[in-house]
Design a protein around this ligand. Sequence first.
Ligand code: SAM
Ligand code: SF4
Length: 331
Amino acid sequence: MSQPLTDRHNRVHRSLRISIVDKCDLRCTYCMPEDQHFLKREELMTREEVTTIARLFVERYGVSKIRLTGGEPLVRPDAVDIVRDMAQLGVSLGLTTNALSLHKHLDGLNDAGLKSINISLDTFDAERFRKITRRDGFDTVHANIMLALQRGLRVKVNMVVMRGLNDDELLRFVELTRDHDIHVRFIEFMPFAGNHWGRERVYTYAEMLGHIGSVHSFEKLTDDPHSTAKAYRVPDWKGTFAVISTVTEPFCGNCDRLRITAEGKMRNCLFAREETDLLSALRRGEDIAPLIEANVLGKHAMLGGLPQFKPEKQEEVLHDLSARPMVSIGG
Ligand code: SAM
Ligand code: SF4
């Protein structure tokens, strides 16, 4: 019998994001600071340590969903092996990737048992792609999204929408759902250390729906109770789209997510400022269960204890942010 991980606000946590590496083959401006330093290999969880920690969450605490992320998970040489290990835990398994090297790994990932993949793409313009990610790669990423679909993977495409940078491409992304069974997710630009966030750069959920609605009629779909995304569909189109409105309409009341960083630190919120070092305790041979339970109990009601992301709170938010950039948290 598993013992559910319940926080002091009575939320039960059944979903775990595990970052397996903090390095990345892109350097997105909204995610990775210019002067980012990376962990040394011996500081990362080994494949066996990832499995030990994940198994504890699944078998003891009833975690039923695991998503592997990074940095870029596919830059880790044993990424496919870790996917296989996670698939054997019998959970609903996902992987979030920038898809730059996905073509090299698709056979392995299929064989390892991966069924669902989230791919990040913020623009259909190759030059703009270079500006946002500080690297070339649009054609490869676009081709790899199509390849993943052909191989029968369930594909979600994540677009971070930033005012004045790519908000003019929303309709192009919605168009993707006309003929493809793709789930596009528009993500409000969120504040993290070193990512030049400003409330004025957030293209809001309300603006997105207004923009799309000026051209297409669409219908609301029923969301999963723990979903972070509000889902919609243009009637008769094959795919769906959704908005992740963390900034203007946070969904913390239903949150069931926990996170582990690549160096084995547990975080109970994307915006958490407190972390629990599970890996060092594990390496000392200690029981990490009490650490996990204490970490969950400490979860704040909303946004890791940050003030809501209202324009008048901007200075406070920027001052209080965790020192960790998104690339080393794992989205
Ligand atoms: N490298 C992989 C990728 O890009 O998909 C996985 C890691 S990335 C940190 C996970 C997700 O976080 C991506 O979909 C990315 O677009 C999103 N993300 C990163 N920084 C963000 C920000 N400031 N606001 C909103 N989403 C962000
Ligand atoms: Fe790398 Fe993903 Fe962050 Fe871009 S969003 S820098 S691809 S980790």
